[in-house]
Design a binder for this molecule. Structure first.
Ligand code: NDP
Length: 335
């Protein structure tokens, strides 16, 4: 490994273009050295557009490149497993997009393969990198709201037209709002509450945007081991609700607004018998923090912000929400 960590992109994706390429380059100790796409033409165009030195025609060619230390996998969801297994076999560290896979068994297999190969694995759950959510977690864990009792997550947004592709059309690619957004909310709740979910009840909705039986909205109630109950609402179909995250405890409430987002924005307020106090935070680019933690982990300093195991656990909750909605009964979240 050289002083500069070389990242290879598996997937000529929107998320890499909009956030991750910039986040990797912002570090100072890492760069994007290669990209691969299932279309050689699109891969070459993507490399040109983003100033990436090498467009590889196959995943194998990218993985054989000694300049690649880390792969960032942002292909559609059904491909994450095969790409992670191949990367691990090639001895590359893996930062994989969420949901890790379409089934828990596959996600566990990915974590196992990376562990067996001795490479680091992370899941790109960006929200736990938000300074807002980190401030909320600190306040909750430091007892500022007393004993946590309940949480509410408002994450109903309007999916932008340029993303209304496989997410709302293809079950095979792992579409649907639950695998797209509920999995993030699952991870954020687990992180902020420092707790694990036990059971779920849920409803899913087909509101006209998603096709082929996919849901484009969901609501769920999750019971955590501590007894906290959390209410979550995710949607692709609602343009003007705004987002929010709340934790309510015996001595106070934390009310955060506009925090379920990719951008380092939002407000966080502690409300208790003394009134309202803004919780200060220093805005930090969420994706840059994710990459920074991953680079550090690869260098043997600390852990990824969200590990592969976090990706498995957060997927387990999302899959339980989907199953609870489909069956109309309470579902236990797999350990
Ligand atoms: P995209 O649809 O932009 O990219 C996914 C794949 O679709 C690409 O790998 C590419 O395949 C193919 N593709 C992209 N553009 C085109 C095109 N114009 N024509 C044909 N195929 C195309 O998906 P996203 O970037 O939105 O999502 C990718 C992954 O990242 C998903 O797993 C998603 O869940 C996750 N994600 C995570 C976010 C986060 O904040 N953590 C935010 C957004 C997404 P190929 O590589 O073969 O060219």
């Amino acid at each position: 490994m050289t002083d500069t960590l070389g990242w290879g992109l598996i997937g000529a994706s929107t998320i890499a273009a909009e956030w991750m390429i910039g986040a990797i380059r912002a570090q100072g100790d890492s760069d994007v050295v290669a990209v691969t796409s299932s279309s050689a033409e699109r891969g070459a165009a993507y490399a040109r557009e983003h100033g990436i030195g090498r467009a590889c025609e196959t995943v194998g060619a990218l993985l054989a490149d000694p300049a690649v230390d880390i792969v960032y996998i942002s292909t559609t969801n059904e491909s994450h497993m095969q790409h992670t297994l191949a990367a691990a076999a090639a001895g590359k560290h893996v930062l994989c997009e969420k949901p890790l896979a379409l089934t828990l068994a596959d996600a566990r297999r990915m974590v196992g393969a990376c562990a067996a190969a001795g490479v680091r694995m992370g899941t790109n759950h960006h929200l736990r990198n938000a300074a807002t959510h980190r401030a909320i977690r600190d306040a909750v864990l430091n007892g500022r709201i007393g004993t946590p009792i309940a949480a509410r997550v408002f994450h109903a947004v309007h999916l932008p037209p340029h993303l209304q592709t496989w997410r709302v059309k293809s079950a095979e690619a792992g579409g649907g709002v639950i695998l797209d957004i509920t999995v993030h909310d699952a991870d954020t709740l687990r992180f902020v509450l420092d707790d694990e979910p036990e059971h779920v009840v849920a409803e899913a909705q087909r509101g006209g945007m998603a096709e082929g039986g996919l849901e484009d909205a969901a609501m769920a109630v999750v019971r955590f081991r501590s007894g906290v109950i959390a209410q979550v609402h995710e949607a692709f179909t609602i343009g003007h609700a705004g987002t929010g995250f709340e934790v309510h405890g015996s001595e106070g409430s934390i009310i955060a607004r506009d925090v379920m987002t990719q951008r380092p924005v939002g407000t966080v307020v502690l409300r208790n018998a003394d009134g309202e106090t803004p919780l200060p935070y220093t805005p930090d680019n969420l994706y840059e923090r994710s990459v920074r933690c991953f680079n550090e982990a690869v260098r043997g300093r600390g852990a990824p912000a969200a590990t592969g195991e976090d990706g498995v656990r957060s997927l387990a909750l999302a899959l339980a929400v989907r199953e609870a909605a489909a069956r109309g009964t309470r579902v236990a979240v797999e350990e």
